[in-house]
Design a protein around this ligand. Structure first.
Ligand code: ZN
Length: 258
């Protein structure tokens, strides 16, 4: 059985410091592939360096909405140049966040748009973060989708089925993280149960929010994706084996690793 952790912040200090150990734990758990996700220029560069050293890691480079006001004038140009590296398979994470309010909405929107523009120009899929702003995200995505088909994923999805359905119609994949395993997350599991088998992904979003039964453990790390996979397989009334195979195939398809 093979799992694919499609969203791991392996460049963050608490994971990077002991990366060989976390990669061993991942291998022992059957987590054979991971996407190392950048959140600003520096972490994107670190993710890419890690990918150069480990054959089962690929990178996503970009500027997180909460970092968008801090990004320097040249950072985006540098991100675009990193994106030409053969192990970069996605742009992001980008998107919008109205929960933390770390950057004005207009700044976040401009940042999100340039990721979408670059995704269309390069064919690289985009990894989308949405917190407390599903309507704004759908509006921005709709503008782009009217011009050309979108490739990407709604990561760590916690929205409604209506939002999920609209994202699926736009051609996006939906990815679920540890939060979907929490006791009070019946609503997230019921959305996950309805996502078509060829459009669902799993991730840890580590080092944050470890899944049940390791909830509260810090750092979360890629091996833990198996808990989320197992929980969602039960919610979907399918075998763990078939769900692992489907989510791994979907990730290979989206990130063009087939
Ligand atoms: Zn993330």
């Amino acid at each position: 059985m093979e799992w694919f952790d499609t969203h791991a912040h392996l460049g963050y200090a608490e994971l990077r410091a002991e990366l060989p150990r976390y990669l061993e734990l991942a291998a022992a758990a059957g987590v054979t592939r991971m996407i190392a996700v950048g959140t600003d220029l520096c972490s994107s560069q670190v993710c890419l360096d890690l990918c150069d050293r480990h054959s089962n890691l690929w990178a996503s480079v970009g500027i997180h909405p909460n970092e968008s006001a801090k990004a320097g004038a040249d950072d985006w140009r540098e991100i675009c140049s990193l994106a030409t590296h053969p192990k970069v398979v996605a742009l992001g994470e980008t998107g919008l966040d109205l929960y933390w309010k770390d950057a004005p909405l207009e700044v976040q929107q401009a940042n999100f748009r340039r990721h979408l523009e670059h995704s269309i120009a390069t064919g690289l899929p985009v990894i989308i973060h949405s917190r407390d702003c599903d309507a704004e995200i759908l509006m921005a995505l709709g503008e782009f989708a009217s011009r050309t088909p979108l490739a990407g994923v709604m990561h760590s999805f916690t929205g409604s089925w209506e939002t999920a359905e609209k994202c699926l119609e736009l051609g996006l994949y939906i990815s679920f993280a540890g939060m979907a395993t929490y006791k009070n997350a019946e609503n997230i599991r019921s959305v996950a149960a309805r996502v078509p088998a060829n459009r669902i992904l799993v991730e840890t979003d580590c080092p944050f929010l470890a899944p049940h039964p390791q909830r509260g453990q810090r750092p979360n790390h890629p091996a833990m994706v198996v808990h989320t996979g197992r929980c969602l397989a039960i919610a979907r009334q399918e075998s763990e084996r078939s769900f692992a195979a489907a989510t791994t195939d979907n990730a290979k398809q989206l990130f063009r690793l087939a």
